[in-house]
Design a protein around this ligand. Structure first.
Ligand code: FES
Length: 560
């Protein structure tokens, strides 16, 4: 039988490895500790955002679990940056998505470079979650993902604050309907502790995916960041990582199969979670050698009803879901509705159906059954057509117009769009296209916070449609199409659109086309200048030259 700790032993046994043992002794380990298996405890704790500031005590608890279970824990941290901050960059790289790759690569480097036998990874913001899942899958040693948990939400005048109201208040202030002092006062208490944004943002949606796929123990993602329970669960995760190593059990790639990916998309749809996870799931799949792309999600997003009422789709926060049993309540409702594959492995090796056998029933307020959903569809639609042959995403929830046809108004990049839209260079009935903001073009797939604001301020959200190969942070009230693939910078058809071309978006049929004759499209393509890569140096320049297409998750190493 092979030694489960053979990775670390290969770095520590025999006279040739004396320098490594010397190094470990210099870190304070004795011979007994050096003779045990090694478990890397890797997290993204830092002071850059509240999201990740809950991770240090959880990582410390995970180390205790590792040691109690008979292995030696080694702690390491890596970077994280907050999407909220990176949205303000008008030109140049959008660092957030790039950080996902840096996180995955850096965790790979330490787990492989140090020959650790197993891992506990901890994350807690939009890109740290997929980055950690990608790293675990890539390295494929026994491992567990621990999510950091959401922040506590604030209260004002006896009412819980909906965290997302900050964006509405921002609009009102910009429109002159609220003073900046009022804005500050109203939002001072919106987020009152460390932890991730307390609604269904990308981090929480990603944590739900991690749980249903098997990376995390069931019932853990919804526990608030500052609850003491988190210390206990992190300790258990440390123990479990050692158990997976010593006794065998699912490895990360066992958790990343077509069926588990379909389950994850179903959960995103049923919660109407962040559409960013529809970008990250193909990237996680890529690490397991599974080709899973945007078009594979079309039917799932169509058939899955929304069965939760979590912020921003309802009044409840994750802490409310936690009080009724956490995500297993959602998973069980989906399982009972026949919408989840029942035999995928969970974190402890049982099948999903076995592990959810005793999960609580929906309460009817926060979670409903599939027979009695809050809405009959997910409100997330993948479109395809001659403008997006490999797909794109539109959110249809609460959008009154599902079919939109109008002349294109083209802006090359976010900076031009901000300027043009603020100057009123658009009209009702137009399809506003902001291109060159995909993974290669930005580089980093910009999330364009500011460009739509003047549209909303003029009350024209429903009168125009927005289309981009980048991302929109929040709706204008009308159709907002994002993630167009292939992106303009890679020669996607979006690069060929001219002002005045008629664009038709049909979210009912799932299509997006521009009405230009094939011969004319070919003529424009022949005249398309070669793309200019971002040449400002640094990580953005490196990233732009290697990043893959959006529909495959924008990976930076060979996608299959
Ligand atoms: Fe980090 Fe929202 S910005 S979770």
């Amino acid at each position: 039988m092979t030694n489960p700790a053979e990775r670390s032993r290969s770095a520590l046994q025999g006279p040739m490895r004396v320098a490594n043992r010397m190094h470990l002794r210099a870190t304070g380990l004795d011979d007994e500790a050096i003779d045990k298996p090694f478990v890397g405890v890797v997290h993204t704790h830092s002071e850059v955002s509240p999201c990740v500031m809950s991770l240090a005590p959880q990582a410390a608890a995970a180390k205790v679990g590792v040691e109690v279970a008979g292995a030696t824990a080694r702690e390491c941290s890596t970077v994280s940056i907050s999407d909220v901050w990176t949205m303000v960059h008008e030109t140049g790289p959008q660092f957030s998505l790039i950080s996902r790759e840096v996180i995955a690569d850096s965790v790979e480097l330490v787990l492989q470079g140090q020959r650790y036998d197993a891992a506990v990874t901890l994350g807690a913001c939009d890109k740290t979650v997929p980055g950690m899942l990608m790293a675990l899958t890539r390295v494929n040693i026994p491992g567990v993902y621990v999510h950091g948990g959401a922040a506590l939400r604030g209260w004002s005048k006896g009412e819980p604050i909906n965290f997302y109201r900050v964006f509405g208040d921002m609009d009102r202030t910009l429109a002159g309907d609220m003073s900046e002092d009022e804005l500050e006062a109203l939002n001072r208490d919106a987020m009152v502790s460390v932890g991730t944004c307390p609604g269904l943002n990308t981090a929480s949606t990603g944590a739900a995916c991690a749980e249903v796929m098997g990376f995390s123990a069931l019932g853990t993602a919804s526990i608030p960041a500052v609850y003491s329970q988190r210390i206990a669960l992190a300790r258990k995760a440390g123990e479990h990582a050692v158990r997976l190593l010593m006794e065998g059990g699912p490895r990360p790639r066992d958790w990343v199969t077509r069926e588990s990916l379909e389950n994850a998309v179903t959960v995103v749809a049923a919660m109407r979670g962040s559409s960013n996870m529809l970008l990250h799931l193909p990237a996680i799949a890529n690490e397991a050698g599974v080709r899973f792309e945007l078009k594979d999600m079309i039917d799932i997003l169509r058939r899955t009803p929304r069965i939760t009422s979590l912020i921003p789709n309802g009044p409840h926060a994750l802490i409310d879901l936690d009080r009724i049993g956490g995500l297993p309540v959602v998973f069980k409702a989906l399982l009972d509705g026949g919408l989840l594959h029942p035999h995928t492995p969970t974190n402890d090796g049982r099948t999903l159906a076995e592990a959810l056998a005793d999960a609580p029933a929906p309460d009817g307020k926060i979670v409903r059954s599939c027979d009695d959903p809050f809405q009959p569809d997910s409100g997330l639609v993948v479109l395809q057509g001659n403008l997006a042959p490999d797909g794109c995403i539109v959110k249809t929830a609460d959008i009154p117009v599902l079919v939109f046809e109008g002349p294109a108004r083209v802006f090359d990049g976010d900076a031009a769009a901000r300027k043009g839209i603020a100057a009123g260079e658009f009209s009702a009935g137009e399809v506003i296209i902001v291109r060159g903001e995909g993974p290669r073009g930005s580089p980093g797939m910009r999330e364009m916070l500011d460009a739509p604001i003047p549209i909303r301020q003029r009350g024209m959200g429903r009168d125009v449609a927005l289309v981009t190969d980048g991302r929109w942070p929040a709706g204008t009230g009308g159709l907002c199409v994002a993630h167009v693939s292939p992106e303009a910078h890679a020669g996607g058809p979006l690069a060929l659109v001219e002002n005045g071309d008629i664009v038709r978006i049909d979210a009912q049929q799932g299509t997006i086309d521009f009405k230009v004759l094939d011969e004319e499209i070919a003529r424009r393509r022949a005249n398309l200048p070669p793309p200019q890569f971002w040449s400002g140096g640094g990580v953005g320049e490196k990233y732009a030259r290697v990043v893959g297409p959006t529909h495959l998750g924008a990976p930076t190493h060979s996608y299959r």
